[in-house]
Design a protein around this ligand. Structure first.
Ligand code: PLP
Length: 393
């Protein structure tokens, strides 16, 4: 019998266990909600990106079902062959209106939007200047582009400037940042990055995955939040987080979108969304515009919970968003904190390397518009008991 060529994987898994980084996938017994059953235990769920509760919103549900009835379950092709349905274009037009840009192209996911766009816009002669905490999909897109990648320390605009000063103007340059950083909840230094991009003539790209539906008027994102319309060349948003469905999009000029039709590999080589996804995303925009109280409740809950964790003495970093990390340092400790919370009825995922740097392991919390005050108070009480027991506070 031939030896198993994958035998090394068992050793790799053991190494993950030894470091406290081994993860077992938690399973939701029912739907994604603020209080839900996970691994057969009823918990307050502080780990989803379902900021506005749209995963189970009646309007989205109804539109998805209706689209499935009238248009079927699948698109049947990639966008560039036979997989562009009228409903896909309706969604793109509606998003462009919402984002106040000339055009929008929707991708299967935020990951595909970032990786596909960065690799389509830049090539081997170009330079990418990227915040060190940018999302993995940006990093992968940058690698696929084969451009030179220069990383600046997190939110350090002066360091980004020094890098740009060293890049000859003959090189095409992309300056890129997350709008909201997913593991820390802080915002990219966007106004300063706009100034920098204009001064050095670079392309500016912002990934608003966690800001879509959360920041800006009616959830239009960080560009709207900071009043930077017209100054960010490439805006990425997601339909998978606050929008409650699935997908990513790029908003910008008509030329940008048309080039992505021709060059972005996930657009060219991977099947488009089922009609139900596009229909539910269209409904999500409608709900953002007609139910502003959802956003109000999200921010009320955010202020309440963040203040509560801070008052207990946890290190919550520099978050400015509904994402509040509880930073403990050691990965083993973060996983234990998360496990003990779960036993008490609170699901807040422990996160370690490679998702965050070594020594910065944490439990990440995300509140939503649909959490009740009682649920959040219960979670704070559990954090107090467990955090005290483990010596974190
Ligand atoms: C989640 C996330 C993505 C990926 O979005 P998906 O739609 O889940 O693929 C991209 N960028 C950032 C910053 C994210 O947090």
């Amino acid at each position: 019998m031939r030896p198993d060529p994958l035998a090394y994987l068992a050793a790799d898994l053991q190494a993950l266990r030894d470091e406290g980084l081994y993860r077992h996938l938690r399973v939701l017994d029912g739907e994604q909600a603020a209080r839900t059953s996970i691994d057969h235990r009823l918990v307050v769920n502080l780990s989803s990106n379902n900021y506005l509760g749209l995963t189970t919103h009646p309007t989205l549900r109804e539109r998805a079902v209706e689209a499935t009835r009238t248009l079927g379950v699948g698109a049947g092709s990639v966008r560039t062959i036979a997989g562009t349905m009228d409903i896909h274009l309706q969604l793109e037009r509606r998003l462009a209106e919402f984002k106040r840009t000339e055009a929008v192209v929707v991708f299967q996911s935020g990951f595909a939007a970032n990786a596909g766009t960065v690799s389509a816009l830049l090539g081997p002669d170009d330079v990418i200047v990227s915040d060190e905490l940018n999302h993995a999909s940006i990093i992968d897109g940058a690698r696929l582009s084969r451009a030179a990648i220069k990383v600046f320390p997190h939110r350090d605009v002066a360091a980004a400037r020094r890098i740009l000063e060293g890049v000859p103007r003959t090189h095409r340059t992309l300056l890129i940042s997350d709008g909201v950083f997913s593991m820390d909840g802080d915002l990219g230094a966007l106004p300063a990055l706009c100034d920098l991009a204009e001064e050095f003539g670079c392309i500016l790209m912002v990934d608003d995955a966690h800001a879509s539906g959360v920041f800006g008027r009616q959830g239009r994102g960080t560009i709207d939040h900071f009043g930077l319309h017209g100054r960010v060349d490439v805006q990425v948003g997601t339909l998978s987080k606050a929008f409650g469905v699935l997908g990513g999009y790029v908003a910008g000029s008509r030329a940008l979108v048309e080039i992505l039709y021709h060059r972005a590999r996930p657009f060219l080589f991977s099947t488009s969304h089922p009609p139900a996804v596009a229909a539910a995303c269209l409904a999500a925009i409608e709900v953002l515009e007609s139910e502003p109280e959802l956003l109000d409740r999200l921010w009320d809950n955010t202020r309440f919970f963040k203040a509560g964790l801070g008052a207990l003495g946890f290190n919550t970093g520099a978050s400015e968003s509904p994402i509040t990390p509880v930073i403990v340092g050691d990965a083993g400790l973060a996983m234990t904190l998360s496990d003990r919370l779960f036993e008490k009825g609170v699901f807040a995922q422990g996160i370690g390397f490679p998702t965050v740097p070594r020594g910065k392991a944490r439990v990440r919390t995300i509140v939503t518009a649909t959490h009740t005050r009682d649920q959040l108070q219960f979670a704070l009480d559990c954090f107090k008991t467990v955090g005290t027991g483990l010596g974190v506070i």
